[in-house]
Design a protein around this ligand. Structure first.
Ligand SMILES: *Cc1c(COP(=O)(O)O)cnc(C)c1O
Length: 341
């Protein structure tokens, strides 16, 4: 009775192993909903691979990966701020690496937590967090455990930017360079040209880069015949025509969302059939659930644990207990169960 993530274990693990071989110094990223697998699953995979360091997004996620059995270094990607109490509690832990992205925060750590392990973040064209190139010369790690420099790069490989920033930084204080989002050629070039240890943080490409190894399915929980005018659902909408209500597992609590119905204009542009247009006109919007090879509309917005779909025609095409494909976006979907095939 669940939303299920099905993993082709061998294919998924082969992909992850290949990336480890291609990117020496790889640091797996386990954050948020664990890219749809859960932080615990990712922490255990990283441990299986004998990774030396795992990246999490926030200090709150440290306990989750440790509870799953992770016992080596953890780098917390969100840069430390003095008001982040959870991060501050962890800061003196010898297996925690803290990212610092402002000179004032570095000053404070130097004074109050002189033995903390830190990585200094450099501002990139992302403009999210970081020390500017002009500030590099003021970086003084004092007695802190200086673990290097980090950059978060935009999605398209930015070798020139990475090289320029990193060169300036390591000329000031030599250390490892932590990056993200470089392709393999650029990563190798950076590594050889800088002559320091490089660490590639990787989440999406590592965990979700072999889509053929992953599929999400929902279970059909009920199938009800309805005729035109039948009222149903929380909103007591009336069926626009004869068909079936198909109740499936998976709702808002799993991250199954109602997307806005497309406009009539965009439907015409995409050449979508009038039938779909009519469904949208009566308030149905497309769901991520497929029956008989077609995405079916929601009969009403998804419920907490289940969703009601509308299937027109004389046959529903499914029966209770069937599993149907779901096109889920893994970073916003959390399944109840994982099946390792
Ligand atoms: C999320 C994140 C990553 C990983 O990004 P992906 O696109 O999932 O590989 C790397 N570095 C930082 C700082 C991040 O916040």
């Amino acid at each position: 009775m669940t939303l299920k993530l099905n993993i082709d274990t061998r294919s998924w693990r082969n992909h992850i192993k290949e990336l480890h071989e291609e990117f020496p110094g790889l640091v797996p990223v386990a954050k948020g909903n664990g890219y749809g697998f859960g932080l615990d699953v990712l922490a255990r995979e990283a441990a299986r691979l004998k990774d030396d360091c795992l990246a999490v997004g926030t200090a709150h996620e440290v306990a989750k990966v440790r509870d799953a059995g992770w016992s080596r270094d953890v780098i917390v990607l969100n840069p430390w701020r003095p008001f982040d109490e959870t991060a501050t509690v962890l800061i003196d832990d010898p297996q925690i690496i803290t990212v610092v992205s402002r000179l004032e925060d570095l000053d404070e750590l130097r004074k109050k937590h002189p033995r903390a392990r830190v990585v200094a973040e450099l501002m990139t064209s992302m403009r999210r967090h970081g020390i500017t190139p002009e500030e590099i010369e003021s970086v003084d790690a004092g007695s802190l455990g200086f673990e290097g420099w980090t950059m978060h790069l935009p999605l398209k490989g930015q070798l020139a930017e990475a090289k320029q920033l990193a060169s300036a930084a390591i000329a000031h204080h030599r250390g490892a360079v932590w990056v993200s989002h470089l392709d393999i050629g650029d990563y190798r070039r950076l590594r050889t040209q800088l002559g320091v240890q490089t660490r590639m943080r990787m989440g999406t490409r590592l965990w979700l880069g072999a889509p053929q190894a992953l599929s999400t399915t929902a279970t059909v929980l009920d199938v009800h015949r309805i005729t035109r005018g039948t009222r149903y659902g929380y909103h007591q909408a009336s069926a626009p025509r004869d068909g079936w209500l198909v109740v499936v597992s998976g709702g808002t609590s799993h991250g199954i969302a109602l997307s806005a119905p497309p406009s009539a204009r965009s439907l015409r542009q995409r050449g979508v059939s009038l039938a779909q247009g009519v469904l949208d006109a009566v308030g149905f919007s497309r769901s991520p659930f497929s029956i008989g090879g077609r995405k079916r509309p929601f009969a009403e917005p998804p419920h907490m644990h289940a969703s009601m779909l509308f299937v027109g025609g004389s046959e529903p095409g499914v029966k209770v207990g069937d599993e149907i494909p779901v096109t889920a976006r893994q970073t916003t979907t959390t399944c109840d169960e994982i099946t390792w095939n």
